[in-house]
Design a protein around this ligand. Structure first.
Ligand SMILES: NC(=O)c1ccc[n+]([C@@H]2O[C@H](COP(=O)([O-])OP(=O)(O)OC[C@H]3O[C@@H](n4cnc5c(N)ncnc54)[C@H](O)[C@@H]3O)[C@@H](O)[C@H]2O)c1
Ligand SMILES: O=C(O)C(=O)C[C@]1(C(=O)O)C=C[C@@H](O)C=C1
Length: 302
């Protein structure tokens, strides 16, 4: 049995449009309604036939929904939730896909008192944004972490879990604060490092823009992909997950200082031991099949 019959997606960018496409692929009888605050995005969504209906107002999108997923930047979650509050059917379940969970859970609870809220985070994405960047296999074999409050309705949680499993994801439940700490080191800090290194390289007088492009075939190129990620989304992530990111950044700075010292004092053993350990980590990730599902990594995305 399908977990939901009428799903509404608010925010039709990379993640929202991927969810709409994935529902079409995996649950074709489910009615999908979409809304985006940006009229241009709505126009594109209609042109590419992203959903059964694209509404001009958030209220009209949710009037008969049994499941609403907010797919807007984390800083806009509270406003997007407030926009649907008056028109939400009393039995509807609300979720989100935000990259940080504690701040979003607080914003949703404040805007939607009495509503069944089951926050989720599909740990899958790309550096691209907008309705045309999405693809239906984005969530295949990728983690989706759900972070229900301790007193959340068990049936609502099970239905949201079944929804993500139907889209091909592997679901794990986690406490929101723990999620934010884990993701600070596995996702947020790597983005901060990529933004920094690409910014630093382009600021250096000796590395002209031409040379950055010319010599970016190797490791630097991987950083430029991450550093091309959406500025609004990532500004919001760092402001929303401030405490956890600052804690991980402090730890990272200490480790970087230790490496700086090893280089200064010619301590090759320290460098070699770390690099051998990190190589093993990369290899175990590949062996576990947690490699990349993005279309530009050579997999089919239909
Ligand atoms: N991009 C990723 O890799 C990734 C992965 C997992 C989760 N997420 C999370 O998913 C969410 C969406 O990210 P995305 O990459 O799809 O971004 P995106 O920029 O591609 O799309 C966001 C869309 O939300 C719309 N929007 C903004 N405020 C709105 C509002 N108040 N009401 C309605 N629409 C509104 C924008 O017009 C835009 O079309 C974010 O919370 C992000 O943290 C992103
Ligand atoms: O692969 C990428 O481009 C991503 O940045 C995806 C990524 C990640 O850091 O893994 C980014 C943010 C999300 O919240 C989840 C996934």
């Amino acid at each position: 049995m399908l977990p939901f019959a009428r799903v509404t997606v608010i925010g039709l960018g990379l993640i929202g449009s991927s969810i709409a496409r994935a529902i079409r692929q995996h649950m074709p009888t489910v009615r999908v309604t979409g809304h985006d605050a940006d009229p241009q995005v709505r126009e594109i969504a209609r042109a590419i036939d992203l959903a059964d209906d694209i509404t001009d107002t958030p209220g009209a999108a949710v009037t008969d929904a049994d499941f609403v997923i907010l797919c807007v930047p984390v800083g806009a979650m509270g406003a997007a939730a407030a926009d649907i509050a008056a028109d939400l059917p009393p039995e509807a379940i609300v979720s989100d896909v935000g990259s940080c969970k504690a701040s979003v859970a607080a914003a949703l609870a404040a805007a939607l008192p009495g509503v069944a809220i089951v926050p989720a985070h599909p740990v899958a994405g790309t550096e691209n944004s907008g309705p045309e960047a999405g693809f239906p296999s984005l969530f295949h074999k990728r983690w989706c972490i759900i972070t229900p409050a301790a007193d959340a309705d068990a049936t609502a949680v099970a239905r949201v879990e079944a929804f993500w499993q139907a889209l091909g994801a592997e679901v794990e439940r986690m406490d929101a604060t723990h999620h934010d700490l884990v993701l600070a080191v596995t996702s947020h800090l790597p983005h901060l490092i990529a933004y920094t290194i690409v910014g630093t390289a382009s600021d250096l007088e000796t590395v002209t823009r031409g040379e950055v492009i010319k010599y970016s075939a190797g490791g630097f190129r991987d950083f430029t992909r991450i550093a091309a990620s959406d500025p609004t989304m990532w500004r919001d992530v760092f402001l929303s997950n401030k405490e956890a990111v600052l804690e991980m950044l402090q730890r990272f700075s200490e480790d970087l200082t230790a490496l700086q010292r090893a280089i200064r004092w010619g301590d090759g053993d320290t460098l070699f031991d770390l690099f051998a350990r990190t190589r093993a980590i990369r290899r175990s990730i590949i062996e576990e099949g947690q490699d990349d599902a993005r279309p530009d990594f050579g997999r089919s995305h239909e």
